[in-house]
Design a protein around this ligand. Structure first.
Ligand code: HEC
Length: 185
């Protein structure tokens, strides 16, 4: 009964599987192109554009992922004061960056993606937990977040089937609030 001792399924890193790797220079279907910048390339990262054509559903997914992976430290209001830090009274001693206001609020989506990919000082990389598309969705969500915790209503109010432009620059005037509040949830 050799099949009970040795599985017939392909094993990771086995000789058999190694012949099945994607051809060099190709990308798995549905996966974004690899990110080639190195950890030290922060200046270049600032200029990298979000490759996704964002929909309202993408921003909502970015919000959902942010609240799972980031809010515990950075806070659901992005103020750098999530429950783990809790104004210095939490179990996590390093102060998470304020992503909602102050200097880090002007980080481009490219820079946010870069930080999630490589981590930054006390903060670890999220590249193994979040695939590239998920990291870009989170970056878009962070950039759409404005006015002390209010999301850019005009961006989120777009119909989910319709592509919306990437979040406006942080220096732009606040977007007018959408009339249809149900669409901003
Ligand atoms: C376990 C806590 C923790 C989690 C979870 C966390 N961070 Fe951080 N993050 C930090 C800390 C602490 C810093 C400040 C690091 C420093 O300045 O030394 C930081 C800094 C940052 C910065 C600023 C980096 C810079 O250049 O100054 C960004 C952007 C950021 N985090 C984004 C995120 C995103 C997006 C997520 C979710 C994918 C996330 N973080 C999850 C703790 C966390």
């Amino acid at each position: 009964m050799p099949d009970m001792f040795e599985s017939r399924a392909y094993e990771f890193y086995s000789e058999r599987l190694s012949t099945m790797k994607p051809v060099e220079g190709t990308v798995k279907r549905g996966e974004l192109l690899p990110y080639h910048l190195k950890a030290a390339d922060t200046a270049l990262a600032n200029a990298v554009k979000n490759p996704l054509i964002l929909t309202k559903a993408d921003l909502e997914e970015g919000k959902r992922l942010f609240n799972i992976y980031c809010a515990i430290c950075h806070g659901s209001k992005l103020d750098g004061n999530g429950p783990l830090y809790n104004g210095g009274n939490g179990p996590y001693v390093a102060a998470p960056a304020n992503l909602g206001s102050g200097p880090k609020a002007s980080y481009t989506e490219g820079r946010l993606f870069h930080v999630m990919t490589y981590g930054f000082n006390a903060m670890g990389s999220y590249a193994s937990q979040l695939d590239r598309e998920q990291r870009w969705k989170i970056a878009a969500y962070i950039r759409s977040f404005r006015n002390n915790g209010a999301e850019a209503a005009a961006v989120l109010a777009h119909d989910s089937t319709q592509a919306v432009p990437a979040a406006p620059a942080v220096t732009a005037a606040p977007a007018p609030a959408a009339q249809d509040s149900s669409a901003t949830k």
